[in-house]
Design a protein around this ligand. Structure first.
Ligand code: HEM
Ligand SMILES: [Cu+2]
Length: 652
């Protein structure tokens, strides 16, 4: 029996048992449902083995939404616990686990797949490509991310969740202070997902450099594609640091090395440095694609071309460079002395300049525009003032001396939510609503969407604005409770009320999907927003091969020029198209990775060795496999294109 004790969770409670039962029942229901409706084959052929960037994008999207729900439940539990002083809903240990999993899930398993969902779906279409450069690797990226997420989530029911914060600082995260397997889960699941992300980074850089439509110069790329390019460049430089940090952390925990420990020559600050050398660029990995989405949405719904295109490009390049030069601002108070604190203070504040340029460009794009306040536009307009508050408080935190007051208080928590929520969540909701018709062939209902927007926007401010005040008053972050004498009670209650407003907003978004699936018109054409870029010059839903003829582009807003000036995009005859074949390998390999990670979490060496060999065997198999893809014949293409008035000159 002893052997199995390790799989038990160390701090069980009725709520956890209830969730275990709920998870078990849901899984059984899914298996029964798939069997009953005979959908296993469909699932395997169309989804699990697909290499189509559009389907991979949709799978990223579904995973991100599931994780948003999980992270959201964590958030509600935290706000409920702190709503009144001396509350006992969660004890200290559970609270630690909840804020840790909330942070990790939201950043790594919600925001990251969300941006990759949109990049996958949109970028190849925006540049006029048939797919990404390495479609199979793309599937591998997704499945590695997915298996990483699953591994992280099962910690909740098998062995216990991590509890050392999403930053997992040592020595707290070392074996002496984190004795459960929770932090092993943290190290290994983020490792697996992170490898997937790194592969995506390379894939997208090659795609954007090599697969653009003829004549699409770099400075003619749509802004979302520009941000995708720079984001993936940051990924390629930042993620290897995380890989190494996690590897070293895993060695400390599993093999008893002393790299980050306080004893035997370890350096705990080395972790903090490595973590933030990845971690600060990471926040820009999240926000740059958001900037891209806002640029597309604001120019489409202001019916104007983006103001200051060149300065937009320049500022994202500068931001990406600076994002690597500020990491130390996360530990001004940990004793590196005034010289380094001053240098990092200056670099930190400097980053506000290119960001400010972008804000002015969006405002100037809207100026004199014919603005349509659709749902994506509401999120984009709402983003501007809220994000500005986040940026300004960031500059306050960036002053090293003042940070001694703010650090580790609720003020910091307010700051980063004021950047991340408008900067990532609003952007994703804008992008989701904007590209939804291209993905699924119908629009989301505007009226429900607007109600959801107001609940989200107001709920957000009511939740997080009070934290600036409690933080300045000295309420520390990551504390599970406080006494009545502190006087923090009422403002925390207000935060809780706001969190419920936010939850209602998200529930409305889910309801909107359900409502629109049932009631929205399917007859929306291929360009329902009267948009400007190439992704809207495809049939809806998009054909597997994207474009029957390769588009010819020589302006930033190719579709707009076609519609307004009659500049043709599609020329020449239809030719047969070469497409990659589906493959089960990425999925199978990722399943093996999952077992590998799970074995290591519990120090089960034999399965860990077997799966390591199996992973290499998969790679070897792949390198000898002969698979040259397949062709789609001209007749088949013509049959698919027949019912669609192609925007080509000669077909008009
Ligand atoms: C004008 C731009 C910004 C400045 C000057 C800035 C500055 C700072 C500083 C100095 C800290 C550390 C404070 C402390 O620990 O005491 C911090 C924390 C943080 N910032 Fe920002 N920031 C900016 C923009 C952003 C953006 C765009 C994001 C995300 C999209 C972001 C996300 C975060 C997060 C997640 C943390 C807290 C991490 C943690 O300790 O858990 N910041 N910021
Ligand atoms: Cu930072």
């Amino acid at each position: 029996m002893d052997y199995f004790d390790r799989f038990a969770i160390p701090h069980p409670s009725p709520a956890i048992y209830a969730s275990m039962v709920a998870i078990g029942l849901t899984m059984i229901a899914i298996v029964i449902g798939l069997t009953y409706f005979k959908k296993w084959g469909y699932l395997w052929d169309e989804w699990l083995t697909t290499v189509d960037h559009k389907r991979i994008g949709i799978m990223y999207l579904i995973s991100a939404l599931l994780m948003l729900f999980r992270g959201g439940v964590d958030a509600l539990m935290m706000r409920a616990q702190t709503a009144v002083p001396d509350n006992t809903l969660l004890d200290a240990q559970h609270y630690n686990e909840v804020f840790t999993t909330h942070g990790v899930v939201m950043i790594i398993f919600m925001a990251m797949p969300f941006i990759y969902a949109l990049m996958n779906f949109v970028v190849p279409l925006q540049i006029g490509a048939r797919d990404v450069a390495f479609p199979r690797l793309n599937a591998l990226s997704f499945w590695l991310f997915f298996m990483g997420a699953m591994l992280f989530n099962i910690s909740f029911v098998i062995g216990g969740s991590p509890d050392a914060g999403w930053t997992s600082y040592f020595p707290l995260a070392g074996n002496d202070f984190s004795q459960s397997v929770g932090t092993n889960y943290y190290m290994l699941s983020i490792q697996i997902a992170g490898i997937g992300t790194l592969i995506s980074g390379i894939n997208f850089i090659v795609t954007i450099f090599k697969m653009r439509a003829p004549n699409m110069k770099l400075m003619k790329m749509p802004m979302f594609t520009w941000t995708a390019l720079i984001t993936n460049a940051i990924v390629v430089f930042a993620f290897p640091v995380l890989t190494i940090a996690l590897l070293l952390g895993t060695m400390d925990r599993l093999f008893g090395t002393h790299i980050f420990s306080m004893t035997n020559g370890g350096m705990d600050m080395l972790w903090a440095n490595l973590f933030w050398v990845w971690g600060h660029p990471e926040v820009y990995i999240l926000i740059l694609p958001a900037f891209g989405i806002y640029s597309e949405v604001i120019s489409t719904f202001s019916r104007r071309n983006l103001y200051g295109y060149t300065s937009m490009v320049a500022s994202i390049v500068i931001i990406s460079f600076f994002s690597f030069l500020v990491w130390m601002h996360h530990f001004f108070t940990m004793g590196q002395g005034p010289l380094s604190n001053s240098i990092f203070s200056i670099t930190t504040m400097a980053i506000a300049i290119p960001t400010g340029i972008k804000i002015f460009n969006w405002l100037l794009t809207m100026r004199k525009g014919k603005i349509r306040f659709t749902v994506p536009m509401l999120y984009s307009v709402g983003f501007i003032p809220i994000f500005t508050i986040g940026g300004v408080t960031g500059v306050m935190l960036g002053m090293a001396s003042a940070d001694y007051q703010y650090h580790n208080t609720m003020f910091l928590v307010a700051h980063f939510h004021y950047t991340i929520i408008p900067g990532v969540v609003f952007a994703m909701l804008a992008g989701l609503t904007y590209w939804w018709p291209k993905m699924f062939g119908f629009m989301l209902n505007e009226r429900i969407g607007k109600w959801a927007f107001w609940f989200v926007a107001i709920g957000f401010n009511v939740t997080f604005f009070p934290m600036f005040f409690t933080g300045l008053d000295g309420q520390a972050r990551r504390m599970y409770t406080y006494s009545e004498a502190t006087g923090f009670g009422p403002l925390n209650m207000l935060s809780f009320v706001g969190a419920i407003g936010l939850a209602i907003g998200f529930a409305l978004i889910v309801y909107n999907v359900y409502y629109s699936v049932r009631h929205s018109s399917r007859d929306i054409g291929s360009d329902p927003w009267d948009a400007r870029t190439l992704e809207w010059a495809t049939q809806t839903p998009v054909q597997s091969y994207n474009f029957a003829r390769t588009p010819q582009v020589d302006s930033i807003e190719a579709l707009w020029d076609l519609k307004r000036k009659g500049k043709p995009i599609f020329k020449g005859d239809i030719e047969k198209i070469h497409m990659p074949n589906n493959s089960g390998m990425p999925f199978i390999m990722s399943c093996i990775f999952f077992v590998w990670g799970f074995s290591l979490v519990f120090s089960m060496w034999i399965p860990a060795i077997i799966t390591t060999i199996a992973i290499f065997a998969c790679m070897a198999y792949r390198s000898f496999e002969k698979d040259d893809g397949h062709y789609i014949s001209v007749e088949d293409i013509k049959a698919t294109e027949k019912d669609w008035e192609v925007l080509a000159d000669e077909n008009r």
